[in-house]
Design a protein around this ligand. Structure first.
Ligand code: ADP
Ligand code: F6P
Length: 318
């Protein structure tokens, strides 16, 4: 392995820069040349490739977003597009590709590896929706961003004795809602993995009020539905003033937490080791607290398991 490349793809996530830094510095230490690819698969197809050195990743560990930029690329979903990408890698003399992204990006990496390209996937998404790894890079920072918002909303909700519904990201995964909801002491956490009964929610809001609760904080994962509509419904049914807050892309930004920086560093380091060992079509992640690598196809086939125990605990504590 003489020359590798790295790209970031799909939704950005805090900690991606720390991972890029780890890949670049580990590779250079091992006498491997590193190329950066701008704008994900789209930049790969267009040959937006440049050489990186230790200095090019200085002062980025603390920065959110991705210095390589990211993109969603329809062309890469076609075989023709992927063949173009594989040819570009050949032309640039690149022997291995590190793909930093979520499940969609990994699906792309898997298909690219079927064209003979050595690929390693690094899990970078705030959603935490990759079943093969306990944590994805960015999830912890996003959870803390949501927590910060909850703390602030609690002040105003208490003052007005309102119900506050906070819609958080995660696509079809409820992990951000569950994690931040527990940390923020939310009264209810609504996730796509569990059936949701609006009447039950209103009943618990009303019984909370009878017990003297001054406010209700409800965490709603976006995969369930919209907060505005739910807020209207809850206000109508309970007669209690209800407000919706959609946190949106704020959750994707910001300086990564120590957890995400360390995670990104460990996984970036491991990704280079995997490529050096000549193993292709792999993903790296955390299982039982340890850094591991798995076959990308096997990893993507692992069904997501919702943490029922944690959800039950959240209900008891709320
Ligand atoms: P994420 O990686 O965060 O899940 P997306 O699902 O948007 O984000 O995927 C990012 C990019 O990965 C897509 O724009 C596309 O270029 C590529 N990709 C996604 N799914 C596939 C697929 N089934 N086949 C090939 N490439 C894909
Ligand atoms: O996958 C990350 C994510 O932020 C999801 O939580 C969200 O549903 C989606 O991306 C938003 O995508 P976009 O940036 O295209 O609005």
């Amino acid at each position: 392995m003489k020359r590798i490349a790295i790209l970031t793809s799909g939704g950005d996530a805090p900690g991606m820069n720390a991972a890029i830094r780890a890949v670049v510095r580990t590779a250079i230490e091992k006498d491997i040349e590193v190329m950066g690819v701008r704008r994900g698969y789209s930049g790969l197809i267009n040959g937006e490739i440049f050489s990186m050195d230790r200095h090019s990743v200085s002062d980025i560990i603390q920065r959110g977003g991705t210095v390589l930029r990211t993109a969603r690329c329809e062309e890469f979903k076609t075989e023709e597009g992927r063949k173009k990408a594989a040819n570009v890698l050949k032309v640039f003399g690149i022997d291995g590709l590190v793909v930093l992204g979520g499940d969609g990006s990994f699906m792309g990496a898997k298909l690219l590896s079927e064209l003979g390209v050595s690929t390693v996937g690094l899990p970078g998404t705030i959603d935490n929706d990759l079943a093969y790894t306990e944590y994805t890079i960015g999830f912890d920072t996003a959870s803390n961003t949501v927590l910060d918002a909850i703390n602030k909303l609690r002040d105003t909700s208490t003052s007005h004795e309102r119900v506050s519904i906070v819609e958080v990201m995660g696509r079809n995964c409820g992990d951000i809602a569950l994690n931040a909801g527990i940390a923020g002491g939310a009264e209810s956490i609504i996730v796509p993995e569990k059936e949701f009964d609006v009447n039950q929610l209103c009943k618990s809001i009303l019984s909370g009020r009878l017990k003297g609760k001054m406010h209700n904080l409800i965490l709603l994962a976006e995969g369930v539905g919209g907060a505005e509509e739910l807020a209207r419904h809850v206000q109508e049914m309970t007669g209690i003033e209800t407000r919706a807050t959609i946190l949106g892309h704020i959750q994707r930004g910001g300086s990564p937490t120590a957890f995400d920086r360390v995670l990104a560093s460990k996984l970036g380091y491991k990704a280079v080791e995997v490529l050096m060992e000549g193993r292709s079509s792999r993903v790296v992640g955390i299982r039982d607290g340890k850094v591991v690598d798995l076959d990308i196809k096997e990893a993507l086939a692992i069904p997501r398991k919702f943490d029922e125990e944690l959800y039950k605990m959240a209900q008891i504590l709320s």
